[in-house]
Design a binder for this molecule. Structure first.
Ligand code: TRP
Length: 326
C-alpha cells in the first residue's frame, strides 16, 4: 500500500529513536523537538501543500531560478555526472537538472536521500520519465546517505550535491559550517554543491511565509503533536497548543514554536515520560535562518569551496549559489 495512503506504522527501531529523542528534548529548557520529525507521511504532504501557498515563495522562486540556470550549473561538470539530492521533497527540482542533462543526452545518475519514504516515492515517480538517468533512493539521514553514495563512487565523472529549499537555514551557524564541511569532505576537487538559501526580507513577508492565513503551516507544525499521539500513544490535546512564528532579528532567523495555551500535563507512554507545560510555555520546533547573499558565499568558502556563480530571485529574495570543491 502506498505510504501516502497506507496506515502502515513505522519500523520499531525508528519509533524507538523518536521516543528517545522526544524524552531527551522535552526535558530541555526551552523544550524542543528536532525538526526532522515534522516529515512523516502526513507532514511531507502538508509541506508539499505549503510549497504551493502564495505566502511561501521559496519553492517557486527556486524553481524559477533553476529553470534559468540549470544548463549553466551542469555545463562545467564532468560526465558521467552523479547528482545527489539531500532532502528530495517531490523531486521536481532535481528533475529540472535531469531535464537539462537529458536534453543534451548526457548520461547521469541521481541519488535521492531522504528520511521520508513518501518523499522518496514521489521523487522516484517524478524522475521516472528520463531515459538516460538512473535513479536510486536512499532512506537515510543526509550524513549516512552522503557517506554511502560517496563510498560507492567509481570513474571520473563529477558529483553535484544539491542542498536546496532553505534546508541549510534549518541549521544554526556552527552546525551549518560542520555540515557544509562534511559535504566537502565527501567530495573531490572539481565536484559541485548547489546551495539554496533564503534571503533576509521585511518582517511581514517572513512571518506570512511561516504563519499563513490558511493555517496549513500551523497544521504542519501541530502534526508533530499528532505524530506523538499516533506513534508514542501520547495524549496531546491539539486544541490546547497554538502555532507561532517569530522573527528573531538578532539571530536572523524565523523561529517556529508550539505554544501551550494553558498549564497542562501530557503523558507520552512509549517515551516513558510525563511532561508539564506552564501556560505560554512552548516547544521549539524549527529555526529558519535568513541570509545576506555574501554570507552564503562566505559559508561555502569557510567549508573549502569556491563560489562559481550566484543567482538571485529579486521578488521573493531567494538565492542559489553554485560552489566548486577546491
Ligand atoms: N525548510 C523549510 C523552511 O525553513 C521548512 C518549513 C517551512 C517549516 N515552513 C515551516 C518548518 C514551518 C517548520 C514550520 O523554510
Amino acid at each position: 500500500m502506498s505510504p501516502i495512503l497506507g496506515a502502515a506504522s513505522p519500523p520499531d527501531a525508528l519509533v524507538r529513536d523518536f521516543a528517545n529523542d522526544v524524552r531527551r528534548d522535552l526535558a530541555l529548557t526551552p523544550k524542543q523537538i528536532q525538526s526532522k520529525y515534522l516529515y512523516d507521511a502526513l507532514g511531507s504532504c502538508l509541506f508539499e501543500a505549503i510549497s504551493r501557498l502564495p505566502w511561501y515563495r521559496i519553492t517557486r522562486a527556486e524553481g524559477k531560478l533553476l529553470g534559468r540556470c540549470s544548463q549553466d550549473v551542469v555545463a562545467s561538470l564532468a560526465d558521467p555526472l552523479t547528482l545527489i539530492e539531500l532532502g528530495c521533497g517531490s523531486g521536481e527540482k532535481v528533475a529540472m537538472l535531469a531535464e537539462a542533462l537529458s536534453r543534451r543526452r548526457r548520461p547521469a545518475s541521481v541519488h535521492l536521500i531522504d528520511i521520508s519514504p513518501t518523499a522518496l516515492e514521489l521523487s522516484e515517480r517524478t524522475l521516472g520519465r528520463f531515459e538516460h538517468v538512473s535513479v536510486v533512493g536512499h532512506r537515510a539521514t543526509y550524513e549516512e546517505g552522503l557517506r554511502r553514495v560517496a563510498g560507492q563512487r567509481s570513474g571520473n565523472g563529477a558529483v553535484l550535491v544539491l542542498f536546496l529549499g532553505s534546508n541549510i537555514g534549518n541549521f544554526d551557524p556552527p552546525a551549518a559550517h560542520e555540515f557544509l564541511s562534511e559535504i566537502r569532505g565527501s567530495l573531490r576537487p572539481g565536484d559541485g554543491l548547489l546551495l539554496g538559501a533564503d534571503l533576509v526580507k521585511p518582517e511581514p513577508a517572513l512571518l506570512a511565509a511561516y504563519d499563513d492565513p490558511l493555517g496549513v503551516t500551523a497544521a504542519f507544525n501541530k502534526n508533530l503533536l499528532a505524530r506523538m499521539n499516533r506513534e508514542l500513544a501520547a495524549d496531546f490535546d491539539l486544541a490546547a497548543f497554538a502555532h507561532r512564528a517569530v522573527w528573531n532579528r538578532e539571530h536572523s532567523r524565523v523561529e517556529m514554536h508550539l505554544v501551550s495555551r494553558r498549564a497542562q500535563q501530557v503523558t507520552i507512554p512509549k517515551a516513558d515520560c510525563t511532561v508539564r507545560f506552564d501556560a505560554e510555555e512552548f516547544i521549539w520546533t524549527e529555526n529558519s535562518y535568513k541570509y545576506a547573499p555574501e554570507q552564503i558565499v562566505a559559508m561555502g568558502v569557510a567549508a573549502g569551496f569556491r563560489a562559481r556563480q550566484q543567482w538571485i530571485e529579486p521578488d521573493a529574495r531567494f538565492a542559489l549559489t553554485l560552489f566548486v570543491a577546491e
